[in-house]
Design a protein around this ligand. Sequence first.
Ligand SMILES: Nc1ncnc2c1ncn2[C@@H]1O[C@H](COP(=O)(O)OP(=O)(O)OP(=O)(O)O)[C@@H](O)[C@H]1O
Ligand SMILES: O=c1ccn([C@@H]2O[C@H](COP(=O)(O)O)[C@@H](O)[C@H]2O)c(=O)[nH]1
Length: 236
Amino acid sequence: MPAYKRILLKLSGEALMGDDAYGINRATIVRMVQEVREVTQMGVEVAVVIGGGNIFRGVAGGSVGMDRATADYMGMLATVMNSLALADTMRQEGMTARVMSAIAIEQVVEPYVRPKALQYLEEGKVVVFAAGTGNPFFTTDTAAALRGAEIGAEIVLKATKVDGVYTADPKKNPDATRYQSISFDEAISKNLQVMDGAAFALCRDQKLPIKVFSIFKSGALKRVVQGEDEGTLVHV
Ligand SMILES: Nc1ncnc2c1ncn2[C@@H]1O[C@H](COP(=O)(O)OP(=O)(O)OP(=O)(O)O)[C@@H](O)[C@H]1O
Ligand SMILES: O=c1ccn([C@@H]2O[C@H](COP(=O)(O)O)[C@@H](O)[C@H]2O)c(=O)[nH]1
């Protein structure tokens, strides 16, 4: 029995690389999609935001001398590519998905229109929100918080490369310990970098909880959706 009727799932773009140096690893995207399919089969309405870190990050472009806003638009376009790949893989796995973009590229994907997105979700289609918020200087974490609030999701699920929120970045600090749950205020005041501050603040203000869990752990998404103890809950 699922604990949620509607979720916003944020998938790590960087994890899409699998063991490759960049881009989209086929086996990895198929495995991700199969895990999403499992929860749709439980009757859960699923909206997805996918990052672009496997292709491009604006902050990296900015650091090598590019105009930051231009680099950020490139990053947003990278998320469109990932979204198209995700929706196509969903189609191959027998699911129905619709990609909606925050940036107008109508020959490629339909624009984000909130009532249309709600209609798709009610019809049982997976909606993939592409191009982040459509604005530079943000990230897809903030897009996940924004779209999650807009569609009335009960929770934002951040499927990422680590299995929860730690006292410090566990990739850099082997002594860091994982929180089972943490309040938004504590995560923000401690400047925990697992998600950007704008996303935390938006979810806190909208009373929209976040669950951070590992995208690499088989079955973790299903366990989270069933309300089982998995990852870290960030709450008001
Ligand atoms: N306190 C912390 N707890 C957990 N992870 C942290 C913490 N501080 C930093 N991190 C890092 O944050 C990373 C997750 O955030 P990030 O948004 O960069 O990844 P992502 O989910 O792969 O995003 P993208 O979709 O943009 O590729 C983890 O891989 C981890 O190394
Ligand atoms: O609302 C947004 C979302 C994303 N960007 C740019 O895209 C890249 C990739 O997104 P990640 O969340 O880092 O995976 C991001 O670094 C930004 O450059 C954006 O500008 N606005």
